[in-house]
Design a protein around this ligand. Sequence first.
Ligand SMILES: Cc1cc2nc3c(=O)[nH]c(=O)nc-3n(C[C@H](O)[C@H](O)[C@H](O)COP(=O)(O)OP(=O)(O)OC[C@H]3O[C@@H](n4cnc5c(N)ncnc54)[C@H](O)[C@@H]3O)c2cc1C
Ligand code: SF4
Ligand code: SF4
Length: 1024
Amino acid sequence: MSLEPSADPAADRRANYDYRSDDVDRPALVDDLETLVDCEVRADSYSRELYATDASPYELTPIAVAFPESTADVTGIVDYCAEREIPVLPRGGGTSLAGQTVNRAVVLDFSRHMNEILEINPNERTATVQPGTILGTLNEALSTHDLKFAPDPAWGDKSAIGGAIGNNSTGSHSLKYGKTDAYIEEVEAVLSDGTVTTFGEVTLEKISDRADSDGDLEGRIYAEVDRILEEEGNLIEEAYPDLKRNVSGYNLDRLVAEARGKTMPGGEDTGEPGTVNLARLLAGSEGTLAIVTEATVSLEPIPETKAVTLLCYSDLHDAMRDVEPILAHDPSAVEVLDDVLIDLARDTAEFGPVTEILPDGTNAVLLVEFYAEDADHGKEQVAGLLADRFPSATPTGVPSADAPQTEAETLAIEALEAYEKEERAQLWKLRKSGLPILLSRTTDEKHISFIEDTAIPPAQLPEFVEGFESILEDHDTYAAFYAHAGPGVLHIRPLVNTKSEIGIDQLHGIADAVTDLVVELGGSVSGEHGDGRARTQWNQKLYGDDLWRSFQDLKTAFDPDWLLNPGQVVFREDDPTDLREHLRFDPDYEFEAGFEPELVWENDNGMQGMVELCHGCGGCRGEQETTGGVMCPTFRASREEITTTRGRANGLRQAMSGDLEPGEAFSDEFVEEVMGLCIGCKGCAIDCPSEVDMAKLKAEVTHEYHQRNGSTLRDRLFANVATLSAWGSRLAPLSNTASKLPGARKVLEATMGIDSSRSLPTFHANTFRDWFEKRGGAQISEQEADRRAVVYPDTYTNYNHPAAGKAAVRVLEAANVHVTVPDELGDTGRPAYSKGFLETARETAHENVSKLAPLVEDGWEIVVIEPSDAVMFQLDYGDLLTDERVVQVAGATYGVCEYIDAFRLDEEIAFDADAAGEALTYHGHCHQKATRKDHHAVGVLRRAGYAVEPLDSGCCGMAGSFGYEAEHASMSDAIASILYEQVDESDGERVVAPGASCRTQLENRPGATEEPPTPIEFVDAALE
Ligand SMILES: Cc1cc2nc3c(=O)[nH]c(=O)nc-3n(C[C@H](O)[C@H](O)[C@H](O)COP(=O)(O)OP(=O)(O)OC[C@H]3O[C@@H](n4cnc5c(N)ncnc54)[C@H](O)[C@@H]3O)c2cc1C
Ligand code: SF4
Ligand code: SF4
């Protein structure tokens, strides 16, 4: 058996990752299907539960999950299921908000294998892709041709083209681009009986020719389309709301408009009458008509320039009244944010600073964006708008003579302009602050998506908002209003507790009343997110009985046994869809963690609140290239749902609420494959819109696992790495030689499970502390110094890399800081915390806080070189201790570059410009990224004279001891390969990284010539 680590975590036999549980629900079905098709099929409890949810409030365990690799796999599965009347559900990223991908069915996850871009034709401006291709990835590939797939759903970097077609997705720029349907040229599709066909542009004659109501499935589909066009064209024209954005029901209005050569609402020209594009009928069909296995889509040029203005209002109603007049100026986007969200944003660390640009009295804003030919044109358009909508402004540009002047009363109280990329990004950031804030509640009441994307004719928006507010008041709750005001699509998520009967009544009552209001005002219940489980039941009220029957007939024609994602868009009277059924949290929901949490949980509902916090948006499925950030490295390496933060959060919640076997959360399998593969990078704590803190949850579960099952020697050794290092240092150089003896590492792997391909850290006989003592301690006396700092001798710096400690002391002294390196301070407790030995971590934390608090009280500051140790003081001690001195110590603790940057100590230092000539590639530590402290080192290095290229990198994959563990080495390598690629593509001559683990990992990068130094060593090297 080879012990070589593999870049593919699943292929490493030491790892034994199969990403599933042993408990298979329908083994015969799996066997049958795996005999019939080439792809993998899973029906174990973990896999089924992982696919029981999406970004909606719904949950329903599917029958099985398959990962098709080809159209043949899809036909094989569909055919098999059709014969046995088993429902089938196609799925992309699973980011639907209305429950479209939640069903009792065999789920086809296209995102894993069928995700290739098959062809880009820049001349024709088309791309042909498989259905699992992520929109962000497609756009990344298209950017070299200055082209894009134009519909821009907010979660496009996590959503697949199949899902975008299924939901007829669109985004902030729908005013310019409309919805996905306008861009579908042709699809290859598998029909409900397993037939493969192609849908695309077709003449009405051809439809009639192919129509055969007694023939095969295709013939019957054509017959039904023919009938609809013949008999129901007028009804459809009348009954569909006149909206640029309406994704409720089937896409029949486009079918009729194309057949008749009529203009679509919003002005899209459908060309000459007499042809329709049947592929577009699948848009918004939510997987209920056919399964797309390949799609050719048309593309748009990327606009040259953009200009943005932010109009401020004293209340939301004024903003709503201003939407229609603004539309006269032909903007590319008009987005709204109300006072509820502005106030919430003000109180957050991330968005608070952006709100500071708003003038006093602002209670609602409209962000208006223009696409422009060049910068002057952008300014001209903004000036034109302001001349009309806020005449007291003195805009940067000059309005053109033909800029529209509306008669409407002016309502804005202020206007801001933004032309540069960064300024525009700030304003968009403010607009996008809504969702993360709303979704970070850990209470039982949550901002639920169920009527969250109604579409209303813009002129009716003021009346609609008033009506909606009074519905909310009648139901004793509230919501924030935000999103795409331009096309009349408002995102509104009322606060509801679906764990209570009252909440369930509110859900139904609000949805019912809102549907009435929507119908009265000529709107639609969904302008963006689709029908799903939440809105399907309102389609009959929206379209009337006749069209409802047409929907049923169309569904029957495509899918005679109603097996494709049944119950979505339309239902049979004997099997109705009710928005109150299959909720993730309902009055029967029970939560039992099975243990008392060890850590301090200050959020509402404590640990339970955190376990239940993930709302399933799939943000943790974003790729490094398109999403950036840290979350979630294990998914990026494995592309397995179980390795996303969402997978782990779902697994934990399901284990603690009875969906999985009692005690499952502490089974070997769960701890190894669900929690154990979380590398504790804290990426989710910052990048997840809800700030799900999986690293902290993992610490709790691992701790409880140790309580129940004991711990391994290896875990105990890694948790006590400080003691091990002290001995290693005492016995150096012998300890270093021993580990390099032939066969020594193989023995370590065989006996301890420590990966034999890793070189072990080198111990220094002369520790950092020894060096400090030998040099006679501080060289700047307390009296002459400007500040006093304890340089914390963290384990790694002290025993393995004293050079960083020495550099820190020299740099701080150059900045006139009096430095001490106390003897009595040991480990921070980080390794014990990470390995789930929380009592040990707490004791260590208590000792350190007791020693450091008096120093802090006396005015000392604490400077830590190893980032994860700094964050231990700054953040994690607060999870271990309630002692108020923790806050005091945390407030006085700094990473070494953070310290220099925060107090601009480098302004005191003379640097040698020649010494610092190098161009550096900087990889920050994930824990510092999670605490937003990553930028300090970059600033300090730049001011010291280096050209620094900071990478938007995630975790290095080493994550303390994780990468040393034989069964984790392949996952660690796979994560590292993402970082290696980023480093290879960067321009730096040398790499710099503050974290010990990252530096070890980066030394292993193919082609690396050294272990990257820490930033402070580079700063030291630049001292005059
Ligand atoms: C935070 C957040 C923001 C969002 N913002 C937007 C937005 O701005 N605009 C917007 O439109 N939506 C938005 N959405 C909803 C959702 O992200 C989009 O609709 C997205 O395009 C769905 O893509 P997906 O790959 O996740 O599809 P999924 O959720 O996996 O599937 C969507 C539907 O398509 C069907 N489907 C999937 N693959 C196929 C296939 N191969 N053949 C046939 N049917 C298929 C599914 O059965 C399902 O009914 C948002 C969601 C979240 C969580
Ligand atoms: S963990 Fe966060 S990012 Fe991932 S699905 Fe849940 S809420 Fe979304
Ligand atoms: S801590 Fe890191 S690895 Fe673990 S779930 Fe969060 S982002 Fe993923």
